[in-house]
Design a protein around this ligand. Structure first.
Ligand code: GN1
Ligand code: MG
Length: 364
């Protein structure tokens, strides 16, 4: 089926005028659909889910429907604008929240107009506001019953499991590229001890299991183009039980870098402590008293572990022959791994500063 005939399966208002690729996701295929109805125009996001990565697409779509319904109600209760602050799924002609055809799962959202998503930010106040949005997002889901959610990708942020997958990939060397990645492999192996920090704290009950987003890159929060305020958290595919440290850490990993995730020139890649300061302030403000003292004391660990984890995921995929993340050139995953490992090294040098910053903004 063509993209147009798939788009026609959804309850879009007006005539479809244009369908164009959209965004920078590494997993799904995303399109912007523009429709016209007389003088009025309407925009939608149409996505083809990667069902290799998300085989339980029904469970995933049910998670999203449950969470967006819950958030919508809480936004209404506090007098907010649910159409701008929350994703709205568009039903299919038969009233389902996805359309499955030819082995693919398609879904659609209303496009939130006059917003931007940043790949990189040097404006600390915008970054702080994205932290506030993610903090509020977790706080807003505090009363949500986590047992209603399926675990869309088991062990998604189980860094111990991620490390075992890396060890297997090193052993298998399926792509035959191991020799190109010796330094990165060595960097990973000496940091094995990092992997169990969050996993153990969760297992021992030192930090709570919550409903978390699990993919809190800066480009997963929409910023109002006029006000510069972060208004809506998007990309809800990986919502499932997890640790707040995953969400905090993943935002820091992506947003506190002075360069893009795939910057080949490592001299440009730095961990920006001022951005870390801004994010901490926004996040702690957004989450309010829902965070525990133990979580505050581990925020810097969240940043380091999530950055390390992402680095080993890119490295594993490189060694396995690029079967998971979309790549644009053969060394793409290795280049991504290098930026993450450089950030890890820089964060390790900044630990005392990072601890002082989270203490400064915490009331715990
Ligand atoms: C993937 O699809 P996207 O770009 O939002 C990945 C995240 C990684 C991220 C690295 C389901 O996210 O876990 O942190 O790439 N999503 C999945 O940029 O694996
Ligand atoms: Mg994603």
């Amino acid at each position: 089926m063509t993209n147009l005939s798939i788009a026609k399966q959804f309850c879009f208002q007006g005539e479809i005028r244009c369908i164009a690729p959209f965004g920078n996701g590494h997993i799904n295929d995303t399109f912007l659909v523009e429709c016209e109805d007389g003088e009025d125009s309407y925009k939608y996001i149409l996505q083809r889910l990667n069902t290799n990565i998300f085989p339980d697409y029904q469970g995933l779509m049910n998670n999203i429907a449950l969470v967006t319904d819950f958030l919508r109600q809480s936004i209404i209760d506090r007098g907010g604008d649910p159409d701008r602050e929350c994703m709205t799924l568009v039903p299919t002609l038969s009233g389902d929240n996805y359309y499955y055809v030819d082995g693919h799962c398609w879904r659609a959202y209303v496009y939130i107009d006059n917003t931007v998503a940043y790949q990189i930010v040097d404006d600390a106040s915008i970054f702080a506001d994205s932290g506030r949005a993610f903090g509020k997002f977790i706080a807003g889901l505090d009363d949500f019953d986590a047992t209603k959610l399926v675990e869309v990708i088991p062990n998604f942020h189980n860094t111990v499991d991620r490390f075992e997958k890396l060890e297997q990939a090193i052993k298998d060397n399926l792509s035959g590229r191991k020799k190109n990645a010796e330094d990165e492999i060595a960097s990973a192996l000496i940091r094995k001890g990092l992997c169990c920090t969050i996993v153990d704290a969760l297992a021992k009950g030192e930090i709570p299991l919550r409903v978390t987003h699990n993919d809190t890159k800066l480009n997963n929060v929409l910023i109002d183009a006029t006000t510069g305020r972060a208004i809506c958290v998007v990309d809800l595919d990986t919502i499932m039980p997890g640790s707040l440290l995953y969400d905090f850490g993943d935002s820091v990993r992506f947003g506190c870098s002075t360069a893009l995730e795939d910057e080949p020139d490592l001299n440009k890649v730095d961990f920006d402590v001022n951005l870390y300061d801004a994010y901490c302030q926004g996040f702690l403000d957004g989450i309010g008293d829902k965070i525990t003292a133990k979580e505050v004391s581990m925020l810097h660990i969240g940043a380091i572990v999530m950055t390390f984890e992402c680095g080993i995921r890119f490295l594993t995929d490189y060694l396995n022959g690029d079967t998971y993340f979309k790549t644009s050139y053969p060394e793409h995953n290795l280049v991504r791994c290098r930026t993450q490992f450089k950030l890890v090294r820089q964060m390790e040098k900044s630990i005392p500063l990072m601890i002082a910053i989270s203490k400064k903004y915490s009331t715990k």
